[in-house]
Each structure stands twice: as structure tokens, then as C-alpha cells.
Design a binder for this molecule. Structure first.
Ligand code: TYM
Length: 326
């Protein structure tokens, strides 16, 4: 069985972008692959979060992943800091990534523009991500389009390691959905839907109540003209809404174009809102149940044990090959 690894940051709200771009694929892959999914709390440290908030967000994100359909008996679900090998390999790979490579990362450039304080961790972030992936002999990494460049760097670092110290690491492939790899913001189809956008109307939170979802969709920007068809270049806003509709309903974009021929944006958005509400309803219900039952800690503890069993021998080989064992 081929190995899958992916991670998600425990930074407050998760959005429909996270769900459609990544989590939905995570759930599908658990049937056919050996999947390791990680709540990457060490990555969240790059912005110095409040300790209590981080603890809570870590548990909430883990609960959300199970609510979205991950089966803890099928996948290994764990918290990054529970497996110390991530930080250790992260450091070693930081020492192999160049300043030039890390400086070219679009996500670093974007994030550092938004922030007053830019930590060293924010800069070297992709090396830790490479460590996450390479520790598990990963074949496939299901992510959204925004992570493609980090994946390319991971492959470069892996190759560099293999050439310098011996062929240890598997070169991972990105697994990015063709439709849904980049869900755009509701107020600006040029921007990715993101929880860090200060305007909450720009994203749908996975825990947004039905009326909030309806309001946000009715307020979403559209394009000029009244026709509803898929053309990301010229009709970015409507194409994004069609993508969301298609992924939440299971209908193809072509079928939706036909359904809405000659009908206006108003009707389309009204239906879309109901489709999104229905898609999130069971996830929200399961999430609330899980939060009350308090089983998440146990799931994560078991997951950490399973992850460590793979990461520890891998790290041991790395230490050996790099001359760290004396
Ligand atoms: P993060 O926490 O920002 O996002 C988690 C996943 O959600 C995807 N995503 C989106 N997909 C489509 N449209 C959007 N608008 C959208 N917004 C977010 C992201 O692409 C991602 O797949 N660096 C990673 C976490 C990470 C990781 C890893 C991922 C750490 N180590 C190892 C894979 C493998 C991140 O910050 O994702």
C-alpha cells in the first residue's frame, strides 16, 4: 500500500478551502492508501500563538478532521510535537536548504509582507514541512495548490540528501485536485480563500451556522453579465462558485451550467447556499458530538504511537548516514 502524508495547521478557523482543497482528498485516500495525517502545531509556532489557544485549536482541528470523515482505525492521526523526530529532522534539513531557496517561497513572501515580526521559523518553515513528509517514506501528498512550491522544495532537498548521504528518502509526489485545488475568496476571486483574511465574509468557516453561510454566499461578488458558466480567466467569481457547488453537490460543472442556463445569479446563489449548508451539516453535527465525548485525546495518543514507530527508525538511519552517531 502506498504511503500518504499530509498536514494542517491548528490556526483557529478551518475554511471550506481547507475542506475542498485538502481534507476531502484525505478522506477519500484512506480507503486505498496507508495514510498519516498530522496536526502541525510546530508550524503554528512560527507566529508565536497564545499557549492556551494553540492547545484548544489543536484539539479542535483534530476533531474536525474526524468529523469530516477520517476514520482513526484506518489512518494515523497525530500531533506533530508528539513525535520529536519532526523537529530533529527539521533542523537537519534546514541546514541543507539554501537561503536562496527559502527566500523564493511565495508563501513566505506573502506572509512576511502581512506581518510586523518575521521570525526565523517563518522563513525556514518549508524545511520542517520537508521533514514531516520525508520521515514517512511518503509517496503522495494531498494538498491544495498553494503548497505545490513547498513540495517541489521537499523533492529538491530529498534529492540533495540522497546524493550527499545515500539514497534514503522516497521522492514524494503532490496530489492536487484539478478542480478545488485553489478555492478563491468570496470577496475577491483573485485571492485564495484564507482564514487569515481579516474580512470574515471572504471565507466560509466549517463551523459557520447556516444563516451565516447563506449571508456570506448571497454577498459574494459575481462578475459582469448574467450568464452562469465556467471561465476562470474572465469569470473568476462565478467559476469559483461553480467549483464550490460542484464539489459540495457531486454534480459536474457542465451539468450545473445546463441547470442554470437562462437563470440569474440570485437563484444560483440561493441554491448554492443550501448545497453548502447541507454539505457542512453532518460535519458540524459530528464535530459537536466529538468535542463533547472527549475521545480526541485518546485518538491522538494512539496516532502518535503509530507515527513514532515509523519516524524513529527512519531518524536513526538519518543520524547514522549523517555521521551523528558516534
Ligand atoms: P494549511 O494549514 O495552510 O492548509 C491545510 C491544507 O488546506 C489547503 N488549502 C486550500 N486548498 C484549496 N483552496 C484553498 N483556498 C485552500 N486553503 C488551504 C492547503 O493547501 C493545505 O493542503 N504547510 C501546510 C501544512 C503542512 C503540510 C506538511 C502539508 C505542514 N507539513 C506536510 C503537507 C505535508 C499548511 O500550512 O497548510
Amino acid at each position: 500500500m502506498k504511503r500518504v502524508f499530509s498536514g494542517i495547521q491548528p490556526t483557529g478557523i478551518l475554511t471550506l478551502g481547507n475542506y475542498l482543497g485538502a481534507m476531502k482528498q484525505w478522506v477519500a485516500l484512506q480507503e486505498t492508501h496507508d495514510c498519516f495525517y498530522c496536526v502541525v502545531n510546530l508550524h503554528a509556532m512560527t507566529v508565536m500563538p497564545d499557549a492556551e489557544e494553540l492547545r484548544e485549536n489543536t484539539l479542535s482541528v483534530a476533531a474536525m478532521l474526524v468529523a469530516a470523515g477520517l476514520d482513526p482505525d484506518k489512518v494515523t492521526l497525530f500531533v506533530q510535537s508528539d513525535v520529536a523526530e519532526h523537529a530533529e529532522l527539521g533542523w537537519l534539513l534546514q541546514c541543507m536548504a539554501t537561503f536562496g531557496e527559502l527566500s523564493r517561497m511565495t508563501q513566505f513572501k506573502e506572509k512576511s509582507r502581512e506581518k510586523e515580526v518575521i521570525t526565523g521559523g517563518l522563513f525556514s518553515y518549508p524545511a520542517l514541512m520537508a521533514a514531516d513528509i520525508l520521515l514517512y517514506n511518503t509517496h503522495l501528498v494531498p494538498v491544495g495548490e498553494d503548497q505545490r512550491q513547498h513540495l517541489e522544495l521537499t523533492r529538491d532537498i530529498a534529492q540533495r540528501f540522497n546524493n550527499r548521504y545515500g539514497g534514503l528518502f522516497t521522492l514524494p509526489e503532490p496530489f492536487i485536485p484539478e478542480v478545488g485545488g485553489r478555492i478563491m475568496s468570496l470577496d475577491d476571486p483573485e485571492k485564495k480563500m484564507s482564514k487569515s483574511n481579516p474580512n470574515p465574509n471572504s471565507y466560509i468557516g466549517l463551523l459557520d451556522p447556516p444563516d451565516t453561510i447563506r449571508q456570506k454566499i448571497m454577498r459574494a461578488v459575481t462578475d459582469s453579465g448574467r450568464e452562469i458558466y465556467y471561465d476562470p480567466e474572465n469569470k473568476g467569481a462565478v467559476s469559483n462558485l461553480l467549483t464550490i457547488y460542484s464539489l459540495c453537490s457531486g454534480k459536474t460543472i457542465e451539468a450545473l451550467e445546463k441547470d442554470y442556463e437562462g437563470r440569474g445569479y440570485g437563484e444560483f446563489k440561493k441554491d448554492l447556499a443550501e448545497v453548502v449548508v447541507e454539505c457542512l451539516k453532518p460535519i458540524q453535527a459530528r464535530y459537536n458530538e466529538l468535542k463533547e465525548s472527549g475521545n480526541i485525546n485518546e485518538i491522538l495518543k494512539k496516532g502518535a504511537g503509530k507515527a513514532r514507530a515509523v519516524a524513529a527508525p527512519m531518524m536513526d538511519k538519518v543520524r547514522e548516514l549523517m555521521g551523528l552517531k558516534v
